[in-house]
Write a protein that binds this ligand. Structure first.
Ligand SMILES: [Zn+2]
Length: 622
């Protein structure tokens, strides 16, 4: 997945309301006697969209077989590594037995229900409120619906591994349907049919669906069909240009991996005006949100996240760490592998942009420099390892956890580690092997053999198999450990070194974070600062800067001013409002930049070009 920085938490609060003018529909009743959705599967889901204006979906689950007490559970997490307990959105759970008589329902845990009924068919029904936009959410409103099914559908633990069918009911007649991938009859434009059949619940919930009015295109390449679905204002995105960008990325990736484990793949986009961001990978597609405001200068914001999510179809979906399997929908799933599954996915996706000609060397190096700067600015890098950061992914919803003193990002350090791994493999083989060989090996060794890799140890083994040399120091020091990275030792191979620049910025002596109301709330005050002398306290809200309403971008705004500038701040806390005048002090900040070594050799330049484009040198076959 790819998260849009810290603004994520706010996204569920911004909802555009539309007046729903369509007919009021009574939800279609589902009983044991009503027809099967497609063919009788052990679990059949029926989802009525009769109430989009209220964001309510009516779910009916028919279990054909069973005896006595049947258990149903609702996932507590999905898409994001955050426990969000989707049961909170559920109301009015009821059940009936084969005769149509009510069956007893007991809510045993917040996310677990027991239904007691005579042997045979039961139907369990409930309403669920779906109003969180974005690729990690599920939405139903008058404009459209987007569903990550794990946020919508309960499952029977006993039947989780068996096949399921799903059918949408009562959908506005003008809406079309696109699912990312479910076996069976995909029925675009004909939503009152079965969406189809999935081999099991896990596969169903990896197949999000979009219903509404959207634009669609498709292109063929390397023997596969790529579907592109766009929900957004047609003025914001040219479909032909988007197809062109995606064709470059998909071709570069398929060529790099020498593999194409699908016949069809779907890119599902939402381009909302205003806030929107993030992408979620699926085995046969991806759902991506990009704010239309970011598309004004071209499609690069879409290209980056699309390349990342697309490469996930290998790395994490098929080349999958053991710690993520089997999925535990009922609790936090501890994994130390996200530095590889997420971070190294970013390493590869930036490389794919260069390989497909969408960015050039300069931009590629700028991106890596930015990642180095981000890591080096986080004091927590001295004590939190890439593996520990992966493990603590579950804390990312907590603002304090995200602060530079408390955590590093497994995306960030993982992306750097991917670069280091690539350069070390190249160095040890004089350019003959690379990260490409590591991924191709892991694809053969694990994905194609339907095995999961043993987290970091599996990556280390692959690097050692590719080079015939030990990687234990690298993994001990930089993956499991927190040793400062000697960047120049790695980049020298490509004729580069890291140069530190110091820049002066203005600082108010405090930092803020957006609170739940989107206000800038003081979270930390620098000791001996003017802010401290003025009695500014953690928890104070800054509501205005120089008479203008302040928002979550306050810190950024202040840092753009000159040190020495005096600003007027209006503060509010439980005791009331007050105004202070504060003189901005100077703060130094380091940034890091990859630059040419003095006297870079033609050989180093050749290594660099091969590295940036993901090629092996020496012309060996793959
Ligand atoms: Zn990702």
């Amino acid at each position: 997945m790819k998260r849009p920085g810290t603004a994520l938490l706010a996204c569920s609060m911004i909802t555009v309301l539309f007046v729903f003018a369509a007919r009021a529909v009574a939800a279609t009743p589902v009983t044991c006697a009503s027809p099967a959705s497609a063919q009788p599967e052990p679990t059949e889901y029926f989802v009525s969209l009769a109430d989009p204006a209220k964001h309510l979906a009516h779910v009916s689950i028919r279990l054909r077989e069973g005896d006595g007490v049947r258990t149903l559970e609702m996932p507590v997490w999905n898409a994001l590594y955050q426990v969000r307990n989707f049961a909170a959105n559920i109301e009015d759970v009821g059940a009936q037995d084969a005769s149509g008589a009510p069956a007893a329902v007991f809510n045993r845990k917040t996310s677990e229900w027991e239904v007691t009924a005579p042997p045979g068919c039961i139907v369990v029904g409930y309403d669920i409120h779906l109003d969180s936009p974005g690729p990690f959410g599920s939405t139903l409103n008058a404009e459209h619906g987007f569903f990550n099914w794990a946020m919508v559908l309960m499952y029977s633990p006993a039947l989780r591994g068996q096949s399921v069918s799903i059918r949408l009911l009562d959908t506005p007649t003008t809406w079309g349907l696109r699912d990312v991938h479910i076996l069976g009859e995909a029925a675009p434009g004909k939503v009152d049919q079965a969406i189809g059949i999935a081999r099991n619940y896990d596969e169903l919930v990896d197949s999000p669906a979009e219903v509404g009015i959207f634009r669609e295109s498709a292109f063929r390449q390397d023997g596969a069909t790529y579907h592109v679905v766009v929900d957004g204002n047609p003025a914001d995105c040219d479909m032909a240009k988007l197809d062109g960008v995606l064709a470059k990325i998909t071709h570069a990736a398929v060529d790099w991996m020498q593999d194409r484990p699908y016949e069809e793949y779907t890119f599902l986009y939402h381009f909302p005006r205003g806030y929107g961001g993030g992408g979620m990978e699926h085995a046969y597609g991806t759902a991506i949100d990009v704010s239309a405001d970011r598309l004004r200068d071209g499609l690069m914001p879409v290209a980056g996240v699309s390349a990342h999510e697309f490469f996930h179809l290998w790395n994490v979906k098929r080349i999958r760490p053991q710690s993520l399997e089997p999925v535990d929908y009922q609790g936090e799933q501890d994994t130390r592998a996200l530095w590889f599954s997420e971070g190294v996915t970013s390493t590869v996706s930036d490389m794919l942009l260069a390989r497909s000609g969408l960015i050039e060397e300069r931009e590629y190096l700028r991106r890596i420099s930015e990642e180095i700067t981000e890591l080096q600015r986080r004091p927590a890098r001295r004590w939190q390892s890439a593996e520990e950061s992966s493990l603590d992914a579950w804390f990312e919803g907590i603002a304090f956890y995200r602060s530079p003193d408390r955590s590093i990002s497994y995306y960030n350090k993982g992306e750097i580690l991917g670069v280091l791994l690539d350069l070390r493999i190249r160095q040890l083989t004089n350019g003959a092997k690379s990260l490409r060989d590591l991924f191709q090996r892991m694809n053969q060794h694990y994905a194609k053999e339907h095995r999961f890799f043993p987290d970091s140890a599996g990556v280390q083994q692959a690097a050692e198999a590719v080079t015939g040399q030990s990687f234990s120091d690298l993994f001990r020091d930089y993956v499991a450990g927190v040793k400062e990275i000697p960047y120049d030792d790695f980049f020298q191979f490509a004729g580069l070194h890291v140069v530190m620049n110091t820049t002066q910025y203005a600082t108010a002596g405090f930092t803020t974070k957006a609170n739940l109301g989107g206000q800038a709330e003081v979270v930390q005050i620098d000791p001996d600062s003017e802010a401290q002398r003025l009695g500014i306290l953690a928890g104070d809200r800054v509501i205005a800067l120089n008479g203008k309403a302040a928002d979550a971008s306050l810190d950024e705004e202040l840092s753009r001013l000159k040190p020495g500038t005096t600003v007027r701040l209006e503060l509010q806390n439980r005791r009331g409002k007050r105004e202070v005048e504060l003189r901005l002090a100077a703060r130094e900040e380091q940034s890091y930049e990859l630059q040419d070594l003095a006297g870079v050799t033609p050989q180093q330049r050749a290594h660099r070009a091969a590295w940036i484009h993901g090629d092996d040198e020496g012309g060996g076959a793959h």
